[in-house]
Design a protein around this ligand. Structure first.
Ligand code: NI
Length: 162
């Protein structure tokens, strides 16, 4: 079901989301939340969405995109993926700047500097731990979604908002 996306000013967006526990995995509630997140992200043409953006402060994100996305160009493609309890560490010191937007910050975009290459870790819907290394657009979106889980919106990372 398509849900309302909370926007700047809503207190929930500033909260630190809670870890998803083992006994929450594989529950109908979790499946239904994930379906709602996917429906809402597709409807809004997002490339990622965190659960807190639809009002549920849990450490869950959906990431998925292809090059037909009207919000970003030349980003390659990534299948729609459920990301639970994610973490990352930067690999090397290289950073890059990219013009970001956010479904929760309508009408504003800004250049954000983030780590280029990451080593990441998350759980899938069954609790299986997935690890990897990437410097693709996925690295960018993952950092943005983990920020949401920590109560951070992208304008807090930039000085010059356009
Ligand atoms: Ni966002």
């Amino acid at each position: 079901m398509i849900k309302e996306v909370l926007t700047t000013g809503n207190e929930l967006l500033g909260q630190v989301s809670e870890e998803v526990t083992l006994d929450e995995l594989n529950t109908p509630q979790l499946k239904s939340l994930i379906e709602d997140m996917i429906d809402t992200m597709k409807f809004k043409n997002g490339v990622g969405i965190a659960a807190v953006q639809i009002g549920v402060p849990k450490r869950i994100a959906i990431i998925g995109y292809d090059s037909s996305n009207p919000r970003y160009k030349d980003i390659g493609s990534f299948p729609i993926t459920v990301i639970i309890n994610p973490s990352f560490e930067a690999v090397g010191d290289e950073v890059f700047e990219l013009n970001e937007g956010c479904l929760s910050v309508p009408g504003i975009r800004g250049d954000v500097i983030r780590a280029k290459k990451l080593r990441y870790k998350y759980q899938d819907m069954t609790g299986t731990i997935i690890t990897g290394e990437t410097d693709s657009f996925f690295a960018r979106v993952l950092q943005h979604e983990i920020d949401h889980m920590n109560g951070i919106l992208f304008p807090m990372r930039i000085e010059d908002i356009k």
